[in-house]
Structures are given as structure tokens and as C-alpha cells.
Design a protein around this ligand. Structure first.
Ligand code: DON
Length: 330
């Protein structure tokens, strides 16, 4: 029997899922809106025409089109995974004392903390991510970085590396992030060693991946923390709920509400032009296209996800609340 994708009202087989991706790729490759990020000088050099879409299902089927092997730095998408590691290192209660779970409605780089608690609002904006990263355990900078790289190994299934040019480019220009770290130091939300925390944050953002990796990582979250390609656990099952909840409410920054309304699945974007989206118990989606809108989300990526959500009926509150799934046949 052929493998069937049953997404709500729509029943499609694997070859039709691939043709859905091919059609979306050809439809949106001519969309020329947006601009590549240039506030990190090294990112401004990227080719704006690069474009790929990849889906990996929880049973390990892979569908991909375009430049899915093109390497890029993961940027803010790393925040999702660093949050998971901080939760594993300290537990939910302690992490909640250092970073909240409230959407800001503001830009990803806004310098704001919660008025009362002095916590950064959530782990998906820069301030919250710097606080989260400062929680990652290790006896020194090298051990902490190695723990982050090992974590990415579990999610991607292979060794990952830091792009040194992007890291140093951001490290020497990231004054705004440094300002946030100082503000949090002032309020005791981050410990004394802010340069080490900032370096690790810049390094995690400069980890090199491709669109295929994004989909595998997303599929790992969709698969309750087990990488569907390697079969190995990447993160403790108990924290999947925490991770996906903050992705759903905060992952697309000041577009998070509209994203939840129209696309309806947990996701995270990065200024690299990547979007990683999770359909729990079904699949992970990766899209890569560098030109960004004013909120820092990939223009083509947002359009592709909106249409994928409609065509495959992926919205969490439609089509049986995510009960649909791609099934394996013989
Ligand atoms: O901290 C920064 O500004 C970058 N390393 C990451 C920002 C980012 O990807 C925000 N996403 N849209």
C-alpha cells in the first residue's frame, strides 16, 4: 500500500506532498519582497535568491525542494534548543525565575524587562535568550560550548560547527545585545560573567545548519524529543510542552499573534531567513529564504507556511486539532 498523508480533509500520498512543495517553491521563488539582514555585517553577504522547503515526518520520511543543502547560520532558531537545554539543566521552576513566558508584542531586539519581576519576557526574544544561555551549565566557556554543540548534534544527527566569521562579526557589533546583558546583570537576572554568556549566545546563533537540518530538528520536537532519523533522544520529553508553548506564543516575535491565527503551529524564525515549524506528532517543517520582512521573519518563509498550513490543514485548532498525520504504508 502506498504511504498516505492524511491531513484533515486532505489525503495525499508522498509524491503529491513532494509536488505540493515543488509548486510552492515555484510559486514563491519569484516573490522579491524583503531584504537580507545587514545589522550583522557578515549576514549581508548572503545570496537573497536561495530558497528551500523541507518536511520530515515523525516516521522519518523526507520531502525537500530547492537549495536544501545550502549552509547558513541558525541565528535565533537556536533559542528554542538552548531553552530546552536550560530546562534540562535547572528544571522548569528555576528557569521561570530567570525568564518569563509572556509574548512582548515588540521587536526581537527590544530592550525591555518585565516591570515587576525584572525578568526578560520570554526565551525567544534576544534578552530572554541571553538569560537562557547564561543558564547552560559547564565548568568553563569550552565545556559550555561543547554542551551546546552536543545538543545540536542530537537534534541534527551530525556534528555541527560555529561559523567563526559570523560569530566574530556579531561579537564585534552586538552592542545592543551587550546592553541587554548589562541591564539584566543590574537586576540580577544574569550572573557576573556576561561576556561568557554573550559569547556563547553569539556562538549558538552562528551554528551552521541547512534547511534539511531545520526540518529534522523540528521533526524531533514533533516526535516528543526523539530524532526520527537517528532514533535517539535529543531532549527530555517533559520539556516539549514548555518549548512548543513558547514557540507558539512568542516564536515569531511581533508577528506571533497573526502567525498563530493564520498558520496555527509552533514556529521559530531567525534573521538568517530560516523558519522552523512543528506539527506535533506529525512533522517538522524547515523553510529557508534570506530576505526578511520588517519584523525579521523570512518573507517567502511566512507565505510558504501559510499556504502549507491551508493545503495540508495543519492549524492546531482546525481539522481535528492536529489529529491528522502522515501514515506509513508498506
Ligand atoms: O542576536 C541577534 O541579533 C542575532 N544573533 C539573532 C537574531 C535573530 O535571528 C532574530 N530573528 N529574527
Amino acid at each position: 500500500m502506498a504511504k498516505q498523508a492524511n491531513s484533515g480533509d486532505l489525503e495525499i500520498n508522498p509524491s503529491s506532498l513532494l509536488s505540493v512543495l515543488q509548486d510552492l517553491h515555484s510559486k514563491y521563488k519569484s516573490l522579491q519582497e524583503g531584504a537580507v539582514a545587514n545589522y550583522i555585517p557578515e549576514l549581508a553577504k548572503v545570496n537573497p535568491d536561495l530558497f528551500s522547503i523541507c518536511i520530515v515526518t515523525v516516521d522519518g520520511q523526507v520531502y525537500e525542494v530547492g537549495d536544501y543543502q545550502q549552509l547558513f547560520t541558525i541565528q535565533s532558531i537556536s533559542k528554542v534548543f538552548a531553552y530546552g537545554l536550560a530546562l534540562e539543566d535547572h528544571g522548569r521552576d528555576y528557569v521561570l525565575t530567570r525568564v518569563g513566558v509572556e509574548p512582548t508584542g515588540d521587536a526581537f531586539n527590544s530592550i525591555i524587562l518585565d516591570e515587576q519581576s525584572k525578568r526578560p519576557y520570554n526565551p525567544m526574544v534576544n534578552a530572554g535568550a541571553i538569560a537562557t544561555t547564561s543558564l547552560i551549565k559547564g565548568t568553563g566557556a569550552t565545556e559550555r560550548l561543547n554542551r551546546v554543540l552536543d545538543m545540536f548534534h542530537r537534534y541534527t544527527g551530525h556534528d555541527v560547527f560555529v561559523d567563526i566569521s559570523v560569530f566574530t562579526s556579531e561579537r564585534s557589533t552586538g552592542h545592543r545585545n551587550r546592553a541587554m546583558a548589562h541591564l539584566m546583570l543590574n537586576f540580577g537576572m544574569i550572573d557576573q560573567n556576561i561576556e561568557q554568556a554573550l559569547d556563547l549566545y553569539f556562538q549558538q546563533c552562528a551554528v551552521i545548519v541547512n534547511c534539511h537540518d531545520l526540518a529534522v530538528m523540528a521533526a524531533t520536537l514533533a516526535n516528543k524529543g526523539v530524532n526520527p532519523i537517528t532514533g535517539k533522544r535529543a531532549v527530555d520529553h517533559q520539556y516539549i510542552k514548555d518549548i512548543l508553548s513558547v514557540m507558539y506564543t512568542c516564536g515569531m516575535y511581533n508577528f506571533a499573534g497573526e502567525w498563530a491565527y493564520t498558520v496555527g503551529i509552533p514556529a521559530k524564525s531567525g534573521v538568517c531567513g530560516g523558519i522552523l515549524a512543528v506539527v506535533p506528532n506529525q512533522m517538522g517543517i524547515g523553510v529557508f529564504s534570506p530576505p526578511l520582512d520588517a519584523r525579521g521573519n523570512s518573507v517567502r518563509g511566512v507565505e510558504v507556511c501559510k499556504e502549507l498550513s491551508q493545503q495540508l490543514c495543519l492549524h492546531m485548532f482546525a481539522c481535528g486539532g492536529g489529529s491528522s498525520k502522515i501514515e506509513s504504508g508498506e
